[in-house]
Design a protein around this ligand. Structure first.
Ligand SMILES: N[C@@H](CCC(=O)N[C@@H](CS)C(=O)NCC(=O)O)C(=O)O
Length: 204
């Protein structure tokens, strides 16, 4: 049994794991945590994830504790033996896009979210524009890849699950029109029609 620790709020990082659990049908329970009155997460959670970030999972079958959403996707793919290609070449391609999300799209979107919606700190227009320009560049990269591939690593995989949830909030957050990236837009539409993806959506 997997325990999925998550925040109550909807966010791409939560959504990745909801979609993955729906795709794999792995038995799981959801624990929704919130900060306590002292501004901290419960000690039980800090003990398993010293970085106190969500999502985090615990696999009660073997005691594994995994944080970082891409590591969780990889773990659940291995556990369910699905959504990760078998050949070395295709697996390498899939891991490339998975790590690309973790190292680029996720952090830049996280910074943008922080400055636009979470913090009251002043930030210059030039600084914000830098994030938006980076995201536009990532969309062009993804669009080019998807012009010749139905999915990022060839077949539908954890790389698609990692990147798809960001496309849903890209327009609002970064003034990027998805429709300007034809292949990226039709890929996002294909994924949104998957039963597990709409199930993942309904869970929130
Ligand atoms: N790189 C991490 C990012 C995780 C992250 O920053 N999650 C946010 C929520 S989307 C979080 O836990 N924030 C702590 C908080 O809101 O207190 C991952 O991919 O899991």
């Amino acid at each position: 049994m997997i325990i999925f620790y998550r925040l109550p709020s909807e966010s791409p990082n939560m959504r990745k794991i909801s979609i993955m659990l729906a795709e794999t049908a792995l038995p799981h329970i959801i624990r929704i945590l919130e900060k306590q009155t002292d501004g901290k997460y419960p000690e039980e959670f800090a003990a398993i994830n010293p970085n106190t970030t969500f999502p985090t999972i615990v696999d009660q079958d073997n005691g594994a504790v995994i944080f970082e959403s891409s590591a969780i996707l990889y773990y659940l793919a291995q556990k369910s033996n699905t959504l990760l290609p078998a050949s070395l070449k295709d697996r390498g391609e899939t891991m490339k896009w998975l790590v690309f999300e973790a190292a680029n799209v996720g952090p830049v979107m996280g910074e943008l979210y922080h400055y636009l919606l979470a913090s009251h700190e002043e930030i210059s227009e030039a600084h914000l524009q830098r994030y938006k320009d980076k995201l536009a560049h990532y969309c062009s990269m993804l669009d080019r890849q998807l012009a010749s591939h139905d999915y990022l690593g060839g077949a539908y995989s954890i790389a698609d699950i990692a990147l798809f949830p960001w496309t849903v909030i890209l327009e609002d957050m970064a003034d990027i029109r998805l429709a300007n990236y034809l292949h990226l837009a039709s890929w996002a539409q294909r994924i949104s029609r998957r039963p597990a993806v709409s199930t993942g959506q309904r869970q929130h």
